[in-house]
Write a protein that binds this ligand. Structure first.
Ligand code: CA
Length: 222
């Protein structure tokens, strides 16, 4: 995989670069927001690993800018603090996953693999729910003829919903699909992701597709 690493700590950057490189990836490193933005917008990387504290700004802001510019490359944020707020904030600005420093290298490798995992080609390619069209293969999504761009995690959530149209699904089922098994997201992290998906596919439409069932979970359908 082609990985863009935006990290200003030279020691940590070298460890990540060498470690991921040894595992067959090509890693391009940037140590500032400005350099990271330039590299990211070349749009030739499969995953972006993004530090929060950078010399010329914040990784949160860079993440938000990249999403605003329409970039949907999976983003893994490296947060220095063991703070729920940081994690939630990262997801709110469009990151797909996060890792708290210090981390075991094996965990970074697992997260990167999970974000870059190719999706199985067995499911039906197109799922239609009311006026929403989801192409699971090309990831082309539209509602009422309007194109919708999703991040990797938002797509994983919609993909799960698309496989369970009309069914009641629990938080645990969603979590197991959207995050890898070692991941134990806080309840509000899932809610943030649901809110982000709602904003993109339900906002502005009278007919809502994502329904919250108090105490039970969620139901996706018209
Ligand atoms: Ca830093």
């Amino acid at each position: 995989m082609h990985i863009l690493l935006v990290e200003d700590d030279p020691m940590l950057a070298a460890v990540i670069e060498n470690g991921l490189g040894e595992r067959g990836n090509s890693v391009v490193a940037a140590s500032t927001v400005a350099a990271g933005r330039l590299r990211a917008m070349e749009k030739n990387c499969d995953i972006i690993i993004l530090d929060i504290g950078l010399p010329d700004g914040s990784g949160f802001d860079l993440c938000r800018d990249l999403r605003a510019a329409g970039l949907d490359t999976p983003i893994l944020m490296l947060t220095a603090r063991e703070s729920v707020q940081d994690r939630v904030h990262g997801l709110e600005v469009g990151a797909d996953d996060y890792l708290t420093k210090p981390f075991a290298f094996s965990e970074l490798v697992a997260r990167v693999a999970a974000l870059g995992r190719r999706r199985p080609q067995l499911a039906p390619a197109i799922v239609k729910v009311a006026d929403l069209n989801v192409n699971l293969r090309t990831r082309f999504i539209s509602r009422a003829g309007r194109d919708i761009t999703l991040t990797a995690k938002e797509f994983a959530l919609l993909e799960f919903f698309a496989g369970h149209v009309g069914e009641v699904v629990t938080r645990a089922q969603i979590t197991a699909h959207v995050w890898d098994d070692n991941h134990d997201p806080f309840t509000n992290v899932l809610e943030v992701l649901i809110r982000r998906l709602r904003r993109k596919i339900d906002d502005g439409f009278d007919l809502k597709l994502i329904h919250t069932l108090r105490g039970a979970g969620y139901r996706f359908g018209a």
